[in-house]
Design a binder for this molecule. Structure first.
Ligand code: HEC
Ligand code: HEC
Length: 506
């Protein structure tokens, strides 16, 4: 029969009936599928989130969508920010003229360096940033691996920090001052002043205060011979003279400050205004919180539900630390992310290449292994993640946040650059895990708690985190105002023209 079908003429009427039946069938199947999904929508992966319920949760957590609310922030077009851009990109601020701020904080690399741990001075190819950047084998302290003990955080949205900068908060506001010194007159403490004591030279903002220090670090910018053994202030004064002698800078300082005098205070002020102009907060998440419920997808909404819901109610309670529109409580917690690299020289009794985090500043036992809660805005582009950059994927660090001990036990060393010093990882990190456990037993307030989760939860949380990305940070054209080009003068001829490992300009 099958092989012998005879073509019978079909009338127009018959064809219409067939079409009608097929359409009806498709409609039936769609209705049936929709019914199935609705039936399962309570708690399974693939379920739909009630937008109103999620928005209510988010509003209850105090979010408005806009972390810039109430702040006065500079524009990249301001003369000081423009001068700051040139200063941020010049290796002239390096003692040996081979490292600049941008070496570790390039806008095209998420405001960081796309490395677990940074390499500042003594790089094989100083202008090569990101994977493929190596320490030169003839450089001081060469061991094949990176030279800086911590991951370089992003400078994006740096103006939003109110309490402290650096992962251990060693530049910190002594009052609640919206990141500004003088808001309540109590000032800013820095490594140049004693703990709890204001540094009279800190400048107007936390960011200005911070920018006084990278130039004094031998590994980051100073090198090992420039002003060796001399005070931080001697280094700064010497750099100000270096720029003065380079001639070209005077005119640029005149545009920004009204006269050509070059001091390190002015350098710090200008660099800070450049960094503070790096505001990237226009994310799909912001649109969602402001009421556009179609701005983010279903998986992201499920992730957000998990993020903002308490553990008791079946969530992951990420919001207990990553709180507010800036996604940080600006406090310090033990998370025990893997400790790799050279460490800070802290001695845990077995090894002396550990990093005690906040304890290094306060000396309080309770602060051992605590690090400042990072912001999660644009976190998609700021990897690798963790204070030592041990996680090469967002999925990896999210799993860690859900259950630190399990994540460390399952840690995949192949995600690291083979040159990273990781041989002591398990020994050092166990001390941090033990501290976490001790804090749990002692019921320390705000201590991390493990969360039960599925692989789908991890996917959902990662999808949620990706909604915190401002599309500008992935678009070289959109970032162009923050990167000097041929139209900007290069006052000392020492601008860093960054390339990646393929030789492409960043
Ligand atoms: C060799 C790499 C390197 C260079 C060069 C460098 N930094 Fe950093 N930067 C880091 C690392 C690593 C940290 C984190 C250190 C810590 O917390 O202990 C950091 C921290 C910061 C922070 C604080 C971020 C936060 O979230 O608290 C700011 C701001 C910053 N750097 C700006 C600058 C400026 C401005 C310059 C130039 C004057 C500069 N950096 C030069 C690697 C570098
Ligand atoms: C108890 C406080 C706390 C909780 C709860 C918490 N975090 Fe964190 N989170 C931190 C701290 C502190 C760090 C930094 C750890 C480090 O640097 O070693 C961090 C780091 C991160 C990072 C890496 C960011 C970066 O720039 O390196 C991500 C992503 C992250 N958390 C997401 C989450 C998610 C998702 C949850 C919920 C599943 C969560 N966190 C729960 C405190 C917390």
């Amino acid at each position: 029969m099958m092989g012998h079908t005879i073509d019978t003429p079909i009338t127009r009427a018959q064809r219409t009936v067939y079409h009608y039946l097929i359409t009806l069938c498709v409609a039936c199947i769609l209705t049936w599928l929709a019914a199935c999904t609705a039936e399962n929508s309570s708690n399974t992966a693939g379920s739909t989130v009630d937008d109103a319920a999620l928005l209510a949760l988010v509003k209850a957590a105090g979010l408005t969508g806009d972390p810039t609310r109430g702040r006065s922030l500079p524009s990249i077009d301001d003369p000081k920010a423009q001068l700051g851009k040139q200063l941020f990109f010049t290796q002239g601020l390096g003692g040996d003229s081979d490292s600049a701020c941008v070496t570790c904080h390039h806008p095209a690399l998420g405001g960081g360096d796309n490395l677990s741990l940074s390499i500042g001075v003594g790089a094989e190819i100083p202008e090569l940033l990101g994977p493929g950047r190596h320490h030169d084998s003839v450089a001081i302290h060469f061991d094949g691996g990176p030279t800086v003990p911590r991951n370089a955080p992003t400078t994006f949205n740096i103006a939003m920090w109110d309490e402290a900068l650096f992962l251990d908060g060693r530049v910190e506001s002594l009052g609640k001052t919206l990141g500004m010194n003088g808001g309540d007159g109590s000032g800013i403490r820095t490594p140049d002043s004693d703990f709890g004591v204001a540094d009279p030279n800190a400048g107007a903002t936390l960011v200005a205060a911070q920018s006084r220090f990278p130039v004094t670090s031998p590994e980051e910018m100073r090198g090992f011979s420039f002003e060796a053994g001399n005070s931080n202030d001697a280094v700064r004064a010497s750099l100000a003279s270096k720029l003065t002698n380079a001639q070209g800078w005077g005119a640029e300082f005149t545009v920004a400050f009204g006269d050509p005098t070059i001091t390190y205070d002015r350098i710090a002020d200008a660099i800070a205004e450049y960094e503070r102009s790096q505001i990237f907060v226009n994310s799909p998440w912001k649109a969602f919180v402001e009421g556009d419920v179609d701005a983010i997808g279903e998986s992201a909404k499920r992730g957000a539900m998990k993020f903002f819901t308490s553990i008791e109610a079946g969530g992951a309670d990420c919001v207990s630390c990553h709180s507010g529109d800036f996604f940080t409580d600006e406090k310090y917690h033990v998370l025990a992310t893997p400790q790799i690299g050279r460490g800070k020289g802290d001695d845990n009794g077995i090894l002396s290449n550990d990093d005690f985090g906040r304890f290094r500043e306060t000396g309080l036992a309770a602060d051992k292994y605590r690090f400042r809660t990072p912001t999660l805005l644009n976190v998609e582009v700021t990897g690798p993640w963790g204070h030592a950059g041990a996680y090469a994927s967002l999925e990896g660090v999210v799993r860690h946040m859900l259950n630190p001990a399990e994540a460390v036990a399952n840690y995949d060393f192949s995600q690291l650059d083979p040159n990273a010093q990781a041989g002591d990882m398990l020994t050092n990190t166990q001390f941090a895990l033990d501290q976490l456990e001790a804090n749990r037993v002692a019921n320390v307030s705000g201590v991390h708690r493990d969360v039960e989760f599925t692989d789908d939860d991890v996917t959902d949380l990662v999808d949620f985190l990706k909604t915190l990305t401002d599309p500008c940070v992935k678009d070289r054209g959109c970032l162009a105002p923050w990167i000097p080009d041929a139209s900007d003068v290069d006052p000392d001829g020492l601008r860093l023209h960054a390339i990646d490992h393929t030789g492409a300009l960043l």
